[in-house]
Design a binder for this molecule. Sequence first.
Ligand SMILES: Cc1cc2nc3c(=O)[nH]c(=O)nc-3n(C[C@H](O)[C@H](O)[C@H](O)COP(=O)(O)O)c2cc1C
Length: 413
Amino acid sequence: MNSKRPADILGKTLKLPCGAVIKNRFCKSATSETLGDRQTAPTRELIRLYGRWAQGGAGLCVTGNVMIDAGALGEPGNVAVEDERHSEMLKSWARYGTRDETHLWMQLNHPGKQSPKFLSAEPVAPSAIGFRSELKPFFNPPRGLTETEIHNLIERFARTAGIARSCGFTGVQIHGAHGYLVSQFLSPLHNQREDQWGGSLENRMRFVTEIYRAIRQTVGHDFPVGIKLNSSDFMKGGFSEEESVRVATVLADLGIDLVEISGGTYERPAMAGIAEMQAQNNSEPYFLSYANRIRARIDTPIVITGGFRTAGAMAEALLENNIQMVGLARPMILDPDLPEKILSGQEYISPVHPIKSGIGFLDRAALLEVTWYEQQLRYLGQGKSPRPNQGIWYSLAKTLVENGRQVFQKRRA
Ligand SMILES: Cc1cc2nc3c(=O)[nH]c(=O)nc-3n(C[C@H](O)[C@H](O)[C@H](O)COP(=O)(O)O)c2cc1C
């Protein structure tokens, strides 16, 4: 390990291809807060939460997934932006979230078939292929999208990006990971179309490249556009590392500003450490070997997200692996001041610890963990401190009282 202090390494500014400058190397990764109201508008809690993160010193905060279609939600409580109707609250969100020159990027998403039964009677997907796994009872079988609908969705991504810009967000991120619609298009398991949107990798990536082009045309060349991309789906016959490297290379050639690397889907939640940890023996961070492969192919700035818990490992990834930013979700929920603390020279170890119930199915799907973290997000949004010692069953009971039985059907991320 180099003798430079983590604070020196992580405190450097980063210039993106579009010219925007991020004040340090901490990226608060997307964390679906489920703090939207019944009309899918941001609430005061959500706005306060992002003010809190800006105050804690992160260079870049990516919002939890914002849906581009209010008729297709991934969870109750999602924010959806499809026209100007939430503009005033969005402006307020952007104002709080960009304090102290923090970048605030809106994560743009469509769940595709990962929209639970109680939210979507008939979800859409690239092909009419339902889940085969233990997820089957929670999701209705999807129908395949028509070409006209595909074009309409591409326009929606661009429209939402334009609204984000006009409301004061300083960038957008396409959610291309974790098994949602963009990721479903990329996957040979979920996309079995026989037209120009399916089949070869070139066809499967057309949806995301067209989304990127449409967004760029709408927001211009001086506005950051990034993507969160799976290194792999961790499914036999699914989206592989080789394919992911190829997609990242094409997007880099098109001019994307930042590639955030994650992995997994609801079926294999590697983003929460489940699949990757088994493979890599709990190493920190999760997707480093893939990041090295992609680094060799593109010059675009890279963020890796998942598993960072110590200042030393964060600095090392930047220095030794030529990664440009570290992505942090759970550590930033439990300690919004993490960036400030590391930048002040503290030797930092995150208090994040496994949230397990001991019940195999619930733990494999990271189901209770998500519920537990959502409550911590709620505390922050209410101006309270996180409660890292809160029990998992207390957390479940509280959520059940607040949300009813829907909690069992919620998944992420
Ligand atoms: C409560 C919660 C909500 C999340 N919501 C999203 C989301 O909306 N979009 C996304 O891309 N990832 C989401 N994630 C995944 C995180 O961004 C991140 O990839 C994952 O937690 C691994 O990073 P960590 O080890 O730093 O937590 C979520 C994770 C948690 C714990």
